[in-house]
Design a protein around this ligand. Structure first.
Ligand SMILES: Cc1cc2nc3c(=O)[nH]c(=O)nc-3n(C[C@H](O)[C@H](O)[C@H](O)COP(=O)(O)O)c2cc1C
Length: 151
């Protein structure tokens, strides 16, 4: 079984909708399953147990959300060296930018030595059906790629 951790935070619901669509995509691949978790409820075990991770966050003050940062702060020391080249990608739903959140997540993921395997999705504002389709495709692709051993 391939497990993809879909780790996200959302106050208003936009990033939750995107996370759910990513998880749907993962779950549509035979032999793969999503572990959909709010960052505040996720811990080291979720990270160690997964075969790939999708991280989703709003942009707050030009940065990732405190909840997702808190997850990284809590897990970094114990995860170091145990998640080498774990496949990952990112989605961001922001009000009008998103670049600061994305840049800083990618910096953090370099510290974990994760491997980026799919182009991040950055959405400003409204969640359209096209956004949800793109998120499902993200989930399908990372799950299928990990299952097949491509990543
Ligand atoms: C405290 C706070 C700070 C924010 N800062 C930014 C920002 O720096 N750049 C931006 O584009 N949007 C910013 N926003 C807008 C959110 O990123 C946007 O509303 C997003 O859709 C929220 O996602 P959610 O519905 O999943 O909670 C901010 C919102 C809040 C509540």
């Amino acid at each position: 079984m391939t497990t993809i951790l879909v780790l996200y935070h959302s106050q208003g619901g936009n990033n939750r909708k995107m996370a759910m669509a990513v998880a749907d995509g993962v779950n549509s691949i035979e032999g793969a399953g999503a572990n959909l978790k709010d960052a505040l409820e996720a811990g080291l075990d979720d990270l160690l147990a997964c075969d790939g991770v999708v991280i989703g966050t709003p942009e707050y003050f030009g940065y990732l959300s405190g909840a997702v940062k808190d997850f990284f702060d809590r897990t970094y020391e114990s995860a170091r060296g145990r998640v080498f080249r774990k496949p990952y990608t990112v989605f961001v739903n922001a009000g009008n930018d998103g670049s600061g959140a994305l840049r800083n997540i990618e910096r953090i993921c370099i510290g974990y030595q994760f491997k980026k395997v799919y182009e991040p999705i950055v959405v400003k504002g409204e969640i359209t059906p096209e956004v949800l389709d793109a998120c499902r495709l993200m989930g399908q692709t990372i799950a299928a790629g990990v299952s097949a051993g491509i990543y």
